[in-house]
Write a protein that binds this ligand. Sequence first.
Ligand code: ADP
Ligand code: ASP
Ligand code: MG
Length: 468
Amino acid sequence: MRTLVMKFGGTTVGNTTALTQVVSIVLQENERWDRLIIVVSALEGVTDALIEAARLAQLSNRRGYRRIAATIRIRHLALVEKLPLGTSERNALQADIDQMLFDMLEVCQTMADATSEDLIPTKTDTIIGVGERLSARIVAALLRQNNLRGVAVDAIELIITDTTYGHAKPDMQLTQARINEHLEPMLGRIIPVVTGFIAGTPNGTPTTLGRGGSDYTASILGVCVNATETWMWTTVDGLMSTDPQLIENARVIPELSYDEVAELAYFGAKILHSRMIGPLKKKQIPLRVKNVFKPQLPGTLIHLGTTIPQGELRAVTAIQGISLSASYSGTLAEISSLVNAILHKTIGSDADVMISAQSSSRTFLTFVIPTASGPDAVHNSLIALNSSLAEDPNHTGWQVDQVSVITVIGTDIDTAPGTLARIFAAANDVRLFALSQGPSRCSISLVVQPEDTDYLLKQVHDVIINSG
Ligand code: ADP
Ligand code: ASP
Ligand code: MG
C-alpha cells in the first residue's frame, strides 16, 4: 500500500493563489497514491501573532490580545470570502472560525485573570495552536469543494507528548497507538487534513512541538503510518546551499543524505525542524522538499544511498548561540548542568552544548539555541544567564557572549583532501573562537562574533558554489 504524507507550510496556505496550487497538487497526488495524509501549518505570521496575544494576556493587556484576535479573525474571514466555496461550506467555516477565536479569547481571559503563573505554559500552548486548527479547517473545506473527502483532524489527541510546553517531546508508543486507533481507519477513504505543530498530553492538554513544528508532525505521522514517502511543500525550490533570503545565488541541492540534512536542520536551516529527520532516517522514509508554485521541479530528495562524491561541500548554515568563558579549570559537568537548568527554564528546551574546550587555565563552552525556540530565545537566554550567574557566588567570573555558529555540510568532510584548507582560507580574516567537527562526519562548525556572520557565510558559500 503506497502512502504519502504531504505537509504544506504557512506561506502555501495563506492566500487564494497558493491554496489553488495546494488543491491541484492534492488532486493530482490523490490519483497516484493509495492513501494520502495532509499536514498544514497556520497561515504565515499567525503563530507569531498568537504568541504575542498570549504574552499580552499574561500581562493582563485585554485590549492588546483582543485586537490581535480581531485581526486574525478578519484575515481568515477575508480569505474564506475569496475562496471558491459553496454557501453552506462557507457559512460553516465562518462559524467555526468565530467559535475557535471566541474560545481562544476565553483562554486569554483566564490567563489575564490568573493570580499565579502556573497556568501560563499550558494556556500559552492552547492559544498558539489555534492557527493550525483554523487553517486545517479551511484546507479541508476546500478539498471537499473539489470532490475530495477532506476532513480536518486536530492532532491534540493524536500526537501524544510530555509536558514540556512550547517544545514538547512525543511519546512514540502512545502516539502510535492513537494513530492506529483514530487515523489509520480513515486512510484510503478520507484525506485527513491534520493540524501541524500541535499535540497533546495523554490527558488531552494541548502542547506544541516548537517553532516550525509542522515539519515534525509530518515526520511523526509518516513514521507511524509507515509512509512510502513524506513531502514538504514550501515556497522555495528545495533545500538550498544556504538560506536564499540571505544569499542571492544560493542553489538547490538535488539530493542529500539523512545525516547531512539532519546537520543542516540542527545548525539553523529554518526550512526544516531540527528534530524531524531522526524518525524518518530510522525508518528510511524518503523525504522530498518541493515548491508549491513549481510542482514540476524535482526539488530536493533526502534518502538512503545517495550518490554524492566524498568531500563535496553542499551547504552552509548560520545559527545563533551563546558562549561562556572563564579562567576556570574545574569540571565542565557542573557549569554545563547549571547552564542547562537556566536555559531550560528560559526557553523550555535543553541547551545543546556544541563545543567545550579547556586549556590549563581557561574554559570555553558554546551552546546553540535551536531555531525552534523562537526569535527571542537568544536575547532572553543571555539575560537569564547573566543574571543567574551574577547571583551565584560559585560562578562569578564567567563571561557570557552572543556568538554565531557557521556550519559547513558535506559527506566525509573531514577526510576529503583540501576541504579543511578551503574552509579556513575562506575564514582567513575572521576571528574564530572555536572549531568543531560534527560526530556524524558531515559538518564542521566555526564559532564567530555575530557581526562576522554575513561575511563568513558569503565567503564559505562562495567556496561551495565554486567547488561544485
Ligand atoms: P514553511 O512555512 O514552508 O515551513 P519556512 O519559512 O519554515 O517555510 O521555511 C522556508 C524558509 O527557510 C525559506 O523561505 C528560506 O528563507 C529558509 N531557509 C533557510 N535555510 C534554507 C536552506 N538551506 N534552503 C532553503 N531554504 C532555507
Ligand atoms: N505555525 C508554526 C510556526 O509558525 C509551525 C510551523 O509553521 O511549522 O512555528
Ligand atoms: Mg517551516
